[in-house]
Each structure stands twice: as C-alpha cells, then as structure tokens.
Design a binder for this molecule. Structure first.
Ligand code: HEM
Length: 478
C-alpha cells in the first residue's frame, strides 16, 4: 500500500508495483531508463514515487529535490538487499554501497592513504602525466606509416586501459600495456557488468524470488559469474602482494591496508575481504565513468571541430609543441579545463547517481519518505535542463567561462554528487580527463571519416551510459 503523502507516481499493482509501467515507458523511449524517468517527472512532478517489486523508490528529477536528497543526513544510507550483498560475498562491503559507521571508517582510511599514493598533488601528477605520455605513444604507434594521411580508428573505448592503469597503479603499483591479456580480461568484465544492470538494481534485486526460480532470466547467474571472475583477478593480486609485502615500506594502497590488517589498532571494519571489495569498488566507480566521459567528449568534438580548434590554439599558446601538457599548465588553460566539465556533463546528463536509502522516516520536498525507501537522483533533470543551460544538447565548453576568461562552475553542476557520499575520485577523474584530452589534441586531429555519417550522441544505456561504437579519422598534426 502506498504510504500516506508519499510522492506521486503511477499505480502500485500487487507484486509488480509500478515495474510494468516503467518497463513499457523505457521500451517506448528507446530503452533509456533516464528518459522513462524524465517522462514520469513530466507527468507527476520533480519527485516521483514508485514501487518496483519489493523496492519503494523515489526518483528525484528537480534540482531542489536532488540537492535535498544528496545533502540530508537522513538519506545517507545505501540500499540493502540481495543485490547489494551477493556482489561482496553475502554481506555489504566496500565503499560504494555501504553506509553508517562502517562506511565512514573505511572512506576516511582510503581517502587518507590515497593522498599518499595518488591523490596528493605531486604523486597524482606523476601518475597521470606518465599515463598520458603512454596514451600519445600508443596513438603514434597505431598511426605509424599513416602520419599525414591519417587512419580510421575505433574511438568509443580508446582510453580504457590508460584510465585503469592510473587506478591500478595507486592501488597495487601495476601498469599494463594496452595489449596485455589480463587487463583486457578485467576491462571486458567491467564493461559486461555495466551493460547488464542499471542504477536501480537488477530484476533479481527487486524480485528476489527470481534468484531461485529463474536465475538466468533474472540476471542473477550472469551477475554472479562476472563477480566471481573479478574477485579471482583481485585475489590473485592480493596473494602476490602478501608474498612481497614489507611492513615498513608500503608501495601502494594494498600495502597500507595489509599494514592495518596486521596492526594492533585494527578496527572491526577492516578485513581482507573488505580490502578486495574496496579495490573492486574503485574499479567500478573510477574506470568506466572516466573513460566514458572521454568517449563522449571526443565524440562531441568530432561534431564540433571548432572546439578542437579553440583548444589547440590555447594548448599551442600555453604549452607549445615541444613538450606534453602537465597538470601545472591547468590554471592557464581554462578552455581545455572547460572541455572536461562539458564532457562529464554530457555523459552524466544521461544517467542517475548511486542510490541512497532513508535511514529513518523523514520528509523530502514536503513528501513523507518512510525508512528504507531507496532514493535516486536522475541527473538528466539538472545537467540537461534548458532552464539552467539554455542549449544543453550543444557541446559548448564556453558556458563554463566568464567574461574575464576564468572557469566558473555553477552550483547546479553536480555530476560528482554533493554531501557526505560525494565522489571521492573527482580530483583524479578531472585530472585524467584534462591531461588525456590536452595531450591528444596537442598531437592529433580528429575528424569524422569521409563518407561516414556523423556519430550518434544518444549512447547505450547501462549502469552508466556508453557512447555507441564510433570511428574517427585520426591524423598527426602538421
Ligand atoms: C567522471 C568520472 C566520475 C564521475 C562522474 C563520478 C560520479 C560519482 C557520483 C555521482 C557518485 C555518487 C555520489 C552519491 O551517491 O551521493 C560517486 C561516488 C563515488 N565515486 Fe565517483 N565519479 C567519477 C570518478 C571516480 C573515480 C576516478 C573514482 C576512484 C578513484 C571514484 C570513486 C567513487 C567512490 C568510491 C564513490 C562512493 C563514495 C561514497 O559513497 O562515499 N569515482 N561518484
């Protein structure tokens, strides 16, 4: 039964709730969940109440509702249920989908130590600069013999390996070559996983009975099989780390975590499984988000060559052509910095935040929200809102630059969230996107291959949207 004064929304039918209405809308709107939710917001208002199987869900679409949801402490829980437990050996672990004291203790520890191994200014600059050098070298290798005529390349995931490397270096001091089979395996697993679920969960999380009666159809079998392979990958690395671990000389996050596990100050939230879950969450949260922002950014830059030209003018003026850009150049490169903001906007404007949960019964925008309701922000309502941006479908980095030529980021720019659960990888993500974009534009030109149609911007839905496969004619700059 609908709780009293719950946010408005479609009828709740027995067992399925509003699931069929959402599924039908989604189908009608090309398979995009964020569009189905936008449609519901048009009909019912900026806060929509749903029931999907066992889950009571509230989807926030308006800016005020999203801000209240992300900043009110009563909403700082993360959802519970089989979906959130099976991914980490039957109990909720990790950073992404945990809450209360356990999560706070772990988030604090990881943030503090990542500063030593990558979030601190110097070490992060070294990591990202080394990786952008590799990225440029990789493109040059592929272009060997075709420097001036150029070569048509697949672009949608041209950055995945380098992004994973920056994460894996911080966590386990490992850098892979783009051809490495192990890395490709991990990358494919992450892509497979992200395509098979969405931010509101999966069929088996809303209808847990399906785990037993239809494990394959409900997605449970595939979900488990992907996770088992990710666990095995991480566990193999943890075993290697344990063999070479020296207690006074930590090399990376895995080592400081092992140090903590062996120390007398060890608190109950620390365990070997939790270490594996943290690594898994960093991959899940950090790799696809960053590389897809780059993927969308370069797709749009094929459609807007004038953005490339303007960026190159800035790069040549500030950096020149004799060395690669560095993070120290960033304060002098507002235009490329704005390309970063714009790339993340067009990517996150097609999806949701990570779900929250009401820790106690409370209100949101005046509506009653009972304890344990799941809350989800549809960023499309803000990042693609005409009232805020005027022309949200246009790729226009200038929107972030004021009259004095400085970067200004409005309060309603929220792709990394707000509040206590806000993204802890924002600095790394923005640094990666900045340097990868600047280094590639400094060295290469990207064009729609002659005779091919311009790439489609709608993307492919999943837990986060991917740019569809697209190709570019890449040429070394003269
Ligand atoms: C363009 C890239 C990225 C975007 C758009 C992004 C966005 C977000 C968003 C919207 C949240 C949820 C906030 C909330 O629930 O209130 C989040 C959380 C998180 N992100 Fe990111 N993220 C990105 C990159 C990264 C990277 C590179 C890392 C790791 C190094 C990372 C690690 C995390 C973690 C661990 C959380 C969970 C934080 C918590 O619940 O306390 N993210 N991110």
């Amino acid at each position: 039964k609908k709780p009293e004064h719950f946010p408005p929304g479609p009828t709740w039918w027995p067992i399925v709730g509003s699931a069929l209405v959402v599924a039908q809308l989604r189908k009608k709107l090309g398979g995009y969940l964020y569009l189905a939710s936008a449609h519901l917001a048009e009909e019912y208002g900026p806060v929509v109440g749903l029931r999907v199987g066992k889950d009571r869900q509230v989807i926030c679409f308006g800016y005020d509702a999203i801000k209240e949801m992300l900043t009110k402490e009563e909403f700082d829980g993360r959802p519970q249920g089989p979906f959130y437990e099976t991914r980490t050996w039957g109990t909720r672990k990790g950073l992404l989908l945990t809450d209360e004291d356990f999560w706070q203790e772990q988030r604090r520890f990881v943030l503090r130590h990542l500063r030593e191994f990558g979030f601190g200014r110097r070490t992060m600059a070294e990591l990202v600069e080394a990786e952008s050098e590799q990225l440029v070298a990789g493109f040059k290798k592929k272009l060997a013999g075709f420097e001036s005529s150029g070569k048509v390349m697949d672009m949608a995931d041209a950055f995945g390996v380098n992004v994973l490397n920056t994460l894996w270096m911080m966590m386990a001091s490992i850098r892979y070559s783009p051809e490495d089979k192990e890395l490709k395996k991990l990358q494919n697993l992450l892509t497979e996983l992200f395509a098979s679920i969405d931010m509101t969960g999966a069929l088996f999380s809303q209808f847990p009975l399906l785990i037993h009666i239809a494990p394959k159809l409900s997605g449970y079998k595939q979900f488990m099989s992907i996770h088992q392979r990710v666990w095995a990958f991480l566990k193999a690395e943890l075993d290697r780390h344990k063999e070479t671990f020296q207690k006074d000389d930590p090399r990376d996050l895995m080592d400081v975590y092992l140090q903590m596990l062996n120390s007398e100050e060890r608190k109950s939230s620390f365990s070997e499984l939790q270490l594996l879950a943290v690594c898994m969450d960093m991959f899940m949260a950090g790799s696809e988000t960053t590389s897809k922002s780059l993927g969308f950014g370069f797709l749009y830059m094929l459609l807007y060559p004038e953005v490339q030209a303007k960026a190159r003018e800035e790069i040549d003026r500030v950096v020149g052509r004799d060395r690669l850009p560095t993070l120290n150049d960033r304060p002098n490169m507002p235009y490329v910095e704005s390309i970063v903001y714009e790339s993340v906007r067009v990517f996150m404007g097609r999806t949701f935040s990570i779900p929250h949960r009401a820790l106690k019964s409370t209100t949101l925008q005046g509506y009653n929200i009972p304890k344990d309701t799941m809350l989800i922000a549809n960023f499309n309502g803000v990042l693609m809102n005409k009232q805020f941006w005027g022309d949200p479908e246009v790729f226009r980095p200038d929107r972030f630059i004021d009259k004095e030529g400085k970067v200004v980021v409005p309060d309603y720019y929220l792709p990394f969230g707000y509040g206590k659960h806000r993204c802890l990888g924002q600095t790394l993500a923005r640094s990666n996107i900045f340097l990868f974009t600047a280094s590639l534009l400094q060295n290469f030109e990207f064009m729609i291959p002659p005779g091919e149609a311009p790439p489609d911007t709608s993307g492919i839905d999943g837990v986060t949207p991917s740019p569809g496969p697209y190709r570019a004619l890449v040429r070394c700059r003269k």
